[in-house]
Design a protein around this ligand. Structure first.
Ligand code: S6P
Ligand code: ZN
Length: 193
């Protein structure tokens, strides 16, 4: 029999980090998202005034990047906008093309944008008690469209890998903007295939 690499464990959902205990904490500030928001001039103006707000945090329980294991991570996206564009995560493809992912909404209101390599976009709502499946081949970005924190749990193959470069280069084909107090999904004029 193969000796298991790790012992079974459990986590508790909730609290400021979304899961507890966690192993790794990451934070992404506006300066880490330079070039991601559609109004780049506004981002540079804010940064030059010394404004560098925290946009999101990730709390991870990673496993060894080998086939068969699942990693867990909660994400907390703070409420906020750059101009009319809601705060979001960078977004990524999984390097392993057949790696899917499950998201479970814990707090707040969000929209997940999903885009395949052909540039086709899908979107779904996430919030408490929503379980959402991101199929293989779709890059995914989460957008906080509410006025409070958006918190969700992600479960994904620990050998999925993260390709941030493709999205950093092309952007998503759609933007999520506020119009009259509500989120709308519009074409991204600067999307390049
Ligand atoms: C990992 C999963 C999430 C994100 C997190 C932050 O596969 O999709 O845990 O890593 O929401 O987003 P990003 O795009 O900065 O990794
Ligand atoms: Zn992912």
């Amino acid at each position: 029999m193969v000796k298991p690499l790790i012992e079974p464990f459990s986590l508790v959902l909730g609290g400021s980090s979304g899961i507890k205990p966690y192993k790794v904490r990451l934070e992404r500030r506006l300066s880490d998202l330079r070039g991601f928001f559609h109004n780049r001039r506004l981002v540079e103006e804010k940064l030059s005034r010394g404004e560098n707000p925290k946009v999101y945090e990730v709390y991870e329980v990673p496993q060894e990047p080998v086939s068969g294991h699942l990693s867990l991570a909660s994400t907390v996206i703070f409420p906020g906008k750059v101009g009319d564009e809601y705060y979001f995560t960078k977004g990524h493809f999984h390097e392993k093309e057949d790696a899917s992912e499950v998201y479970i909404g814990l707090e707040g209101e969000g929209i997940i944008l999903m885009q395949n390599r052909e540039g086709e976009v899908r979107h779904l709502r996430i919030g408490p008690n929503v379980v959402l499946y991101v199929p293989p081949g779709f890059a995914h970005r989460t957008v906080n469209v509410g006025s409070s924190r958006l918190v969700f749990l992600a479960i994904y193959p620990s050998d999925a890998g993260h390709d941030y470069g493709s999205i950093a280069e092309t952007g998503f084909a759609k933007l999520v903007l506020e119009r009259e107090g509500r989120p709308v999904i519009v074409d991204n004029p600067s999307y390049s295939e």
